[in-house]
Design a protein around this ligand. Structure first.
Ligand SMILES: C[S@@+](CC[C@H](N)C(=O)[O-])C[C@H]1O[C@@H](n2cnc3c(N)ncnc32)[C@H](O)[C@@H]1O
Length: 359
C-alpha cells in the first residue's frame, strides 16, 4: 500500500452512509457528484457530532444505506487497511448487505487507495432472510427475521445505491441467492475480509462452513450480530469444532472480530482435532515439498503419519516448541520444509523459515 489516503473523504463517506450529514442539500449534491464536495464542507460535517444511535448502530434507519453505525464502519476501515498494509492477499466479501452500505464502503476504500486487483463480493438473497430450517438449525427456532419486509432490499436498489457513491463497476460482484447456495462454490479463491451480517444461526453457520477456509491467514472475520443468540451460538460452535483460538475482539455492543492466524495447539486436544489439524499442515508442507526436488530426492516418501508421529514424539519429550512451530505454518510469514535428523531413525523435523527468504 503506497499511496496516501484522503481520510477526510472516507470519513465523510461514512457520514453519508449512516445519514449523519444533517444537511439534505449537501447530501444530494454528493449523490449527484460524489467527488464534488469541497474539503472544508466535508470538515464542517465531520465537526458535527453524530447522534448516538447512528454511532452505535442500534436501530433500523429509515434512510441510511447501512444500519451498522459509524463505530463498525471504523472497524471495517481498520481491518481493510490492515490487510492492505500487510499485503494479505484476497478479495473482500460481506454476506448480508441489506441496502449495501458496508459493502459500498469497502469498494470506496479500494478506490481511494487505487487498488485494482481486489473485488468486493456482495452476497444477499436481496429478498430478506430465509425461514428457519429447523431440521438443520434448531437454534433458529424462534427467529422471525424472515417476516420483516424492512429487511427485503432488491438487487436493483442496492446497485443503485452503489451508483450514488460512484462505485458500481467491475470490482463489485453481486452473489444473489441463499448463502447455502451462493457460498458453496464461490467465484473467488482467496479472501482477506469475511464480514458476516446474516443475523441467524443458519446464515452464519453456512458462511463460516463454506468460506472460512478461503480466508487467508492474517485476514479478518467480522461478525456483526454476535449479540443475537443464534448467530453467537453458530460462531461459538464453529470455533469449537475447528479449534479456532484466535482471540475475539469486541467492536461494540453487537459486533466482534478476529484476525485469522492459527495458534499453537496443545497435545491434550482430541485426536480428531489433531488429525484434522495435521492434515492441514501436511497440505502446506506438501506445497513446499512439490517445489523442492532436493527434498523429493532425500525423502521420496512423506506421509501424514510421519507428522503425526512427530507430534506424539514431541509430546512425549515435552517439546511443545515443535508443535508451536508446526502451528506457525499456517501464518503467512512462515513456511516449512522437511529434513532428515541426524539420528539413525527416520523421523521428520519441521524447519521454519521466513517466507521472504524463499524463492
Ligand atoms: C441485518 S441485514 C444486513 C445489514 C447490512 N450489513 C448493513 O450494512 O446495513 C441482513 C441481511 O442478510 C440477508 N440474509 C440473511 N440471511 C441470508 C441468507 N441465508 N441468504 C441470503 N441472504 C441472507 C438479508 O436479506 C438482509 O439483507
Amino acid at each position: 500500500m503506497t499511496n496516501q489516503l484522503n481520510s477526510v473523504y472516507l470519513n465523510f463517506c461514512k457520514r453519508v452512509l449512516t445519514d449523519t450529514v444533517y444537511d439534505d442539500s449537501l447530501q444530494e449534491r454528493f449523490f449527484t457528484d460524489p467527488k464534488g464536495i469541497s474539503e472544508s464542507e466535508m470538515i464542517s460535517v465531520l465537526n458535527l457530532k453524530a447522534d448516538v444511535p447512528s454511532t452505535v448502530g442500534n436501530f433500523w434507519p429509515q434512510r441510511a444505506h447501512t444500519m451498522i453505525g459509524l463505530k463498525r464502519l471504523d472497524n471495517l476501515q481498520l481491518c481493510l487497511e490492515d490487510v492492505l498494509q500487510n499485503n494479505i492477499p484476497g478479495d473482500f466479501i460481506e454476506t448480508g448487505v441489506w441496502r449495501g452500505g458496508a459493502s459500498i464502503f469497502m469498494r470506496l476504500l479500494l478506490k481511494e487507495y487505487k487498488i485494482k486487483d481486489r473485488t468486493v463480493y456482495v452476497a444477499d438473497s436481496f429478498e430478506g432472510l430465509p425461514k428457519p430450517d429447523l431440521s438443520r438449525y434448531p437454534a433458529d427456532e424462534n427467529d422471525t427475521h424472515y417476516k420483516e419486509d424492512f429487511l427485503r432490499v432488491s438487487l436493483e436498489e442496492v446497485k443503485n445505491n452503489f451508483k450514488k457513491y460512484g462505485v458500481l463497476d467491475g470490482q463489485v460482484k453481486f452473489l444473489k441467492g441463499w448463502f447455502k447456495d451462493t457460498t458453496k462454490n464461490p467465484p473467488f479463491e482467496k479472501l482477506s475480509i469475511l464480514r458476516l451480517d446474516g443475523d441467524m444461526y443458519g446464515s452464519t453457520w453456512e458462511v463460516l462452513e463454506n468460506l472460512y477456509d478461503k480466508l487467508f491467514s492474517g485476514g479478518y472475520v467480522i461478525i456483526d450480530d454476535y449479540a443475537l443468540s443464534g448467530c453467537r451460538s453458530a460462531v461459538n460452535d464453529f470455533r469449537f469444532k475447528n479449534n479456532i483460538q484466535d482471540p475475539i475482539q469486541t467492536i461494540d455492543w453487537s459486533s466482534i472480530f478476529w484476525k485469522k492466524c492459527t495458534k499453537p495447539i496443545e497435545i491434550g486436544n482430541t485426536l480428531e482435532r489433531v488429525d484434522k489439524y495435521l492434515k492441514n499442515i501436511f497440505k502446506d508442507i506438501m506445497t513446499v515439498y512439490s517445489e523442492r526436488p532436493d527434498l523429493q530426492t532425500a525423502f521420496p516418501e512423506v506421509h501424514v503419519g510421519d507428522l503425526y508421529n512427530l507430534l506424539i514424539w514431541s509430546g512425549k519429550h515435552g517439546i511443545n516448541e515443535d508443535v508451536r512451530l508446526m502451528a506457525n505454518l499456517h501464518c503467512t510469514s512462515f513456511c516449512g520444509y522437511i529434513v532428515k535428523d541426524q539420528t539413525c531413525k527416520m523421523h521428520l523435523e519441521i524447519l521454519i523459515i521466513p517466507k521472504h527468504s524463499m524463492k
